[in-house]
Design a binder for this molecule. Structure first.
Ligand SMILES: [Zn+2]
Length: 486
């Protein structure tokens, strides 16, 4: 039951029926991330999970008020590539090459995850992301060793409160190391993804959507990839997430060109990495309305070439950022924005230096990378009609960054402060679908001491099990991948 309320101030002319679901975030420095908008000071009214008004809003009777006190309010970050299951293996990959990662993470650790481990990895990984202001993530989930694994992966995402796309990974992990066995049967995996589409992920408008991660296209015959892609269409996968064109590891397959020529390239594709995509392929991606996820930290550590983001953006592609392997990096996008920005500048400067010219300008800007981490992410995964900006009608996925901490004052430029100075600890409030999941700098309804203990136990069991495995056979399998002709 409610009463009628009228907001009368500029930008907030609205007449509504009151309900308990109204929230006003008051007196914020707002970055809408709408192209062309500049920072302004104002309020945001949220009703029933969506943004009802942006401007100077009166407070409806009974509404919750969140005092921003001049903090920076912007859309939640969108991470378009993460293997969330690896959360309890943090620090494992700190000094790994891609070769080490494939041998140890993909061919060894992955075998020892039980469904409960997957739940914990996804639950805590999504909490870590929310704590840092990431409100939407694409989970490229290649730990699905059974239907129970997929159920628990989804439950972990759901319980955290995040928005996301769960990309069902078709990749087969080893089931035994002595002897070394990989179960090649795709039939149960297709059946499992169909089961999810018919059941728990049947909605195309829910908080967690179903996507697909086909078998690795860079080491799979195209005919097989085409079957996976057809399957993605059958289940109407929201996103098709593919690792492609990884610089020095590129074997010349030109997967994007092959998709284009087969008539299979469409906007649901999200191409991850992509440093060695040709200009022609970037044009094909742009024309199809598909997206790219650039993961600068992985790409620079593992020799996958300079991040493709700026080149792709110039080609008109929907470009976004991803964290990728949380067995190595922190799960925030602040770090990835900085990595992206400075790698792009370093690359541009190196071209000048080769001609003995000093740069007079830096090229890539803070605004460009902040866009990649917000609206760009929403565009890359076909969700910009719902999220990615602070605009009337969008879902209320919002974050508030305080500006009064020792690392933020005076935050004169809100964009630069967000990109360069902010940390997860500065994220004061996080809201997904209008529901506050972090308040006053603390995650809501999370029994962290208990969860931390469970995560520790899970990590210990997986690491000790993997330690007992002789990596020689896994190395042989990965050597085969590296030995393929370029
Ligand atoms: Zn990846």
């Amino acid at each position: 039951m409610g009463s009628s309320v009228t907001g009368k101030l500029a930008g907030c002319e609205t007449r509504m029926m009151m309900a308990k679901t109204h929230t006003v975030i008051r007196d914020a420095r707002i970055l809408t991330m709408v192209d062309g908008d500049r920072e302004f000071r104002g309020d945001v009214l949220i009703a029933d999970g969506s943004i009802a008004s942006v401007g100077q809003c009166s407070v409806p009777d009974g509404a919750e008020v969140i005092e921003a006190k001049g903090g920076i309010l912007l859309p939640g970050f969108v991470d378009t590539h993460r293997h969330v299951w690896q959360t309890q293996l943090r620090t494992a990959a700190g000094d790994w090459s891609l070769y080490d990662y494939l041998v140890h993470m993909r061919m060894t650790y992955s075998s020892f995850y039980n469904p409960d481990d997957v739940y914990l990895g996804n639950y805590v990984g999504a909490l870590e992301a929310l704590n840092a202001g990431v409100t939407t993530m694409v989970d490229h989930c290649h730990i699905l060793n059974s239907p129970e694994h997929s159920d628990e992966a989804i439950r972990g995402l759901r319980d955290s409160g995040t928005r996301g796309v769960f990309c069902y990974g078709l990749f087969a992990n080893p089931t035994s190391h002595s002897p070394f066995i990989i179960d090649p049967d795709m039939a149960w995996r297709y059946a499992d993804a169909r089961r999810l589409r018919a059941g728990t992920l049947s909605s195309s408008d829910g908080r967690i959507l179903l996507g697909l991660a086909p078998n690795e296209p860079e080491s799979t015959p195209f005919a097989t990839s085409a079957i996976d892609v057809s399957f993605a269409r059958e289940i109407d996968a929201h996103v098709v997430s593919c690792h492609v064109a990884m610089g020095a590891y590129d074997q010349g397959r030109q997967f994007v060109r092959q998709l284009h020529e087969a008539g299979l390239l469409d906007q649901r594709f999200l191409f991850v990495h992509g440093a060695s995509l040709t200009d022609a392929e970037l044009g094909m991606i742009a024309d199809a309305g598909a997206g790219i996820s650039s993961t600068p930290e992985t790409e620079m550590q593992m020799g996958m070439g300079y991040p493709v983001a700026m080149r792709a953006r110039a080609a008109g592609v929907n470009v976004s950022l991803g964290v990728d392997i949380v067995s190595n990096y922190s799960g925030d996008l602040f770090t990835q924005m900085r990595m992206m920005l400075q790698s792009a500048r370093a690359q541009a400067h190196a071209l000048l230096e080769a001609r003995r010219e000093a740069p007079r300008a830096v090229g890539a800007t803070t605004q460009e990378v902040l866009r990649m981490a917000t609206l760009g992410g929403a565009e890359a995964i076909n969700l910009s009609d719902r999220i990615g900006t602070v605009e009337k009608g969008k879902k209320a996925d919002l974050i508030l960054i305080r500006t009064d901490t020792i690392g933020m004052v005076p935050a004169t430029d809100a964009v630069a402060a967000t990109v360069y100075n902010a940390k997860a600890e500065d994220v004061e409030m996080v809201m997904v679908d209008g529901r506050v999941v972090k308040r006053d700098g603390v995650l809501v309804d999370v029994d962290w001491p208990s969860i931390a203990r469970r995560l520790q136990t899970s990590a210990h069991r997986i690491i000790s099990s993997a330690r007992a495995v002789d990596p020689a056979i896994a190395k042989g399998v990965v050597d085969g991948f590296f030995a393929a002709p370029h």
